[in-house]
Design a protein around this ligand. Structure first.
Ligand SMILES: *Cc1c(COP(=O)(O)O)cnc(C)c1O
Length: 404
């Protein structure tokens, strides 16, 4: 805050957006290179999503989801379930954001074992480098020093693993659930998991009666090249958290999906009730935006157009890294990418991002890794433009400027 509030600091105030571009209050345009923190999918001011929200607003903005329901929420739940194979994730529970979607999955998992009489389970398993949100429960699952260290001693019982081989030493009968960001850890700095890992986790969970929770808050809705990251390995979890891209990056809404067998454990008397709800659960405006987001996936063949964009991005990252002494490594999973800078001091990434703004790219870094995670609607030419801006930003931050 002292930097932000310093006299010489000129905050960047974003005023409007159109497609992959956002514009500041001085009228400067930028490619939204981190999809407004990993939320935007089809671009800003998309006519279909805009008008879906307006139409819903003509009817009602919000009404409690406690004891009443609404049409957009019903239709959205049905649509979401339809995105998964039959008899897998058949039930939907709405909340507000990625963190609460995770909280909800954790509480469901805990209560599920209480209701099925399996009382010895008391521990969660998560991973080094994990990020699952900033609320207390989600934060206890996380393991990134800057975010989590100071709260560690206040958290839940969580065992953090580095890799799956460590499961051998774990007493499976004591474990409630394994929680993982499938395929790629986002906040850790775009870190890719080895392939085949989800199958291994599924197998261990099945052998030990442990629930498997996928946090697809960042990876969901096309980011990795398929609708959901778990599709790459054809592994289904027992619970899944969705948020960020759910409304196309328009409004805060989240969903926790679960299997029929988890759902059924909660049926019966009031003592089985899942006492969990937020004031804005099932918000009709958010659900209308999410329905429109899913409609645009179909209307614009968003997923079908991805493979060629993913290839184009791979080519662009390769040429950015090749022969560039300032780039240590590039990592990519679908449209999610990280450019790790060489010889950084932890702030070099941020300096590159600031420098790249002048060349028309707005993005963020995690330490010395610059994240490039654009809206899926981005064109190959815009990918090139963004990477050129980044290349200039890197050179300038390293004290060399490229010829214009
Ligand atoms: C962003 C994120 C969250 C938290 O979502 P919020 O909407 O910011 O609460 C959880 N998990 C992952 C993998 C994320 O990237």
């Amino acid at each position: 805050m002292s930097d932000w509030c310093a006299d010489e600091h000129e905050p960047l105030a974003i005023d409007r957006g159109q497609g992959v571009h956002v514009y500041d209050t001085n009228g400067n345009g930028y490619i939204d290179g981190n999809s407004s923190i990993w939320t935007n999918v089809h671009g800003h001011s998309h006519p279909v999503i805009d008008s879906a929200i307006r139409e819903q607003l003509e009817k009602i903005a919000h009404c409690s989801f406690l004891g009443t329901t609404n049409e957009p929420a019903i239709l959205l739940a049905e649509k979401l379930v339809g995105l998964f194979p039959p008899a897998t994730l058949g039930r939907v529970f709405f909340s507000d954001d990625g963190s609460t979607a995770i909280e909800c999955a954790l509480k469901m998992a805990i209560q599920y074992f209480q209701l099925t009489g399996d009382m010895q389970r008391h521990q969660f398993i998560a991973f080094q480098g994990a990020y699952h949100g900033d609320t207390m429960g989600a934060s206890a699952l996380g393991k990134i020093s800057a975010f989590h260290k100071r709260f560690e001693s206040f958290g839940m019982p969580v065992c953090h693993l580095e890799q799956t081989t460590q499961l051998q030493g774990i007493d499976g009968e004591k474990v409630i659930a394994i929680v993982i960001e499938p395929l790629v850890q986002g906040a850790a700095g775009i870190r890719l998991w080895p392939s085949g890992m989800l199958k291994e986790l599924r197998h261990w969970c099945d052998e030990n009666g442990v629930l498997l929770i996928f946090d697809e808050v960042m990876t969901g809705f096309g980011r990795t090249g398929k609708m959901f990251a778990c599709e790459h390995e054809e592994v289904m979890p027992d619970l899944m958290a969705l948020a960020k891209g759910l409304t196309g990056g328009y409004l805060p809404l989240a969903a926790t999906l679960c299997t029929a067998s988890i759902y059924e454990a909660f049926l019966g008397g009031p003592e089985r009730t899942f006492y969990y709800g937020h004031s804005y659960s099932g918000n009709p405006l958010g659900c209308a935006a999410a329905l429109a987001n899913l409609r645009v996936f179909e209307d614009e063949d968003t997923l079908e157009k991805l493979p060629s964009k993913v290839d184009h991005l791979a080519g662009g990252l390769k040429s950015l890294a090749e022969g560039n002494p300032h780039v240590a490594e590039v990592r990519q999973c679908g449209m999610v990418s990280g450019i790790e800078l060489a010889g950084g001091d932890g702030m070099l990434g941020a300096r590159c991002c600031i420098a790249a703004r002048k060349h028309g790219l707005l993005t963020r870094s995690i330490g010395d890794t610059v994240v490039f995670l654009p809206p899926l609607v981005i064109s190959p030419a815009e990918i090139d433009e963004a990477l050129r801006a980044l290349e200039r930003g890197i050179s300038e931050a390293r004290g060399q400027s490229l010829p214009a």
